[in-house]
Write a protein that binds this ligand. Structure first.
Ligand SMILES: [Fe+2]
Ligand SMILES: [Fe+2]
Length: 395
């Protein structure tokens, strides 16, 4: 496509002029596409969720605009605070060698240039192993965060008539690497905030679980099961994370229950049971002003509702109970029956699952029970063992 209108020029000089104009037009169009892509990348990298997915799209978009047969981002094995990016390799196009070998050679480039200010951006066959394997020049740009090289953005095997890598292409890759550095700074900040947030939530929940040695680790195990169940019924990743948090905080209202009631071994009196029944509302009250927890509040409030309407606090029936409450009810009951309690020993999984199936349609949402009963409980067992071991040491 040409940006210049057709012009009739009668002579050989005119033909030359037309060719020059065409070349100029092509260059202009290429520059326009590159600038346009840079704008789109800047906007798109502002979105910090699903970083790995974003980086895959980033690679393929940049590779489509630049005349390189392949493009890749190679992250340092421990250079980033964002766990899922550590040692990551994101690629687009046709790599010059098998992926394992490419990972190794690109990692060598990264290691060679880490801590060096003066980068050689253009790597040639004979001077660099990846360029040698590719049989062509490779362009490498550092991605930095706080002055540290955390990744390298590389492209190679330039297509087209001119095999020389131009300064425009170098500048474009340099700008793209700059965006990646800013993107990494944003997601690192988010990861730090999330770690702080989870640390606070865990401190809160373990202070409740610590009130009763029999329920030690209950919230964490409910969190594991709720997240697994959410994934099993096909909820998106972000929602799965919310179910995990909901599991961690679902019993936070127990902080308001006297310890004597919470740890009582015998049968509860009606007044004592009234105390217990208040914990969903108390928990809701504690958490309702934390914006990051707004999505999990219905789970905290409704995890003791029953499908037949016989639960508490609002006696909601069937589908009126928020889904998060219905999932938590299953996870909560499974853990309560699978761990030792003051009034009875732990039940084996097959017995617990038989009981859950028996209560489908009365206590539990019958549509959720099959998915829940098909979960892999090995992670739950691992976490339970850890809690039992910690409990035995503390006793
Ligand atoms: Fe509860
Ligand atoms: Fe619970």
């Amino acid at each position: 496509m040409s940006l210049v209108p057709d012009i009739e020029l009668p002579t050989a000089a005119g033909d030359r002029m037309a060719r020059t104009l065409d070349q100029f037009s092509d260059k202009l169009l290429q520059a326009y596409e590159e600038i346009n892509l840079l704008f789109r990348l800047a906007r798109f990298l502002n979105c910090v969720s699903e970083p790995a997915e974003l980086l895959k799209v980033f690679c393929s978009q940049v590779q489509q605009v630049l005349p390189f047969r392949w493009l890749a981002i190679r992250f340092d094995p421990k250079g980033t605070q964002v766990q899922e990016l550590n040692d990551g390799l994101f690629t687009a196009g046709e790599l010059p060698c098998p992926r394992g070998q490419f990972a190794q050679l690109s990692s060598e480039i990264l290691q060679r240039f880490s801590g060096v200010d003066d980068w050689t951006r253009l790597l040639s066959p004979g001077a660099d192993d990846l360029a040698t394997v590719a049989g062509a020049d490779v362009l490498a740009e550092p991605v930095t965060h706080d002055g540290r090289v955390i990744a390298v953005l590389i492209a190679g095997n330039k297509d087209g008539d001119d095999p020389q890598i131009s300064s425009a292409e170098t500048q474009f890759l340099d700008a793209a690497a700059g965006f990646l550095g800013v993107f990494h700074a944003n997601i690192s900040r988010l990861a730090e905030q999330q770690a702080f947030f989870f640390g606070t939530v865990r401190a809160l929940t373990s202070s409740i679980d610590a009130k009763d040695r029999y329920t030690r680790g209950h919230s964490e195990r409910v969190a594991v099961l709720a997240a697994q169940a959410a994934a099993a019924i096909g909820l998106p990743r972000k929602t799965v994370e919310q179910y995990h948090i909901a599991g961690l905080v679902h019993d936070v209202g127990k902080i308001g229950i006297p310890e004597a009631v919470l740890t009582k071994t015998g049968r509860l009196t009606p007044e004592e049971f009234e105390h217990i029944k208040k914990h969903p509302v108390t928990g809701y009250g504690i958490l309702k002003d934390i914006p990051a927890l707004s999505e999990v509040l219905p789970g905290v409030l409704h995890h003791h509702e029953r499908w037949d309407g016989g639960g508490y606090p609002h006696k909601l029936v069937g589908g009126d109970i928020p889904l998060i409450g219905r999932v938590l009810a299953l996870a909560d009951t499974f853990d309560a029956m699978s761990s030792n309690r003051s009034y009875r020993p732990a039940m084996p999984h097959d017995q617990v699952l038989a009981e859950i199936r028996r209560c489908a349609g009365t206590q539990f949402d019958p549509a959720l029970v099959p998915a829940f009963c098909s979960l892999d409980f090995s992670e739950f067992d691992r976490v339970l063992k850890q809690h039992q071991f910690a409990g035995a040491i503390a006793a």
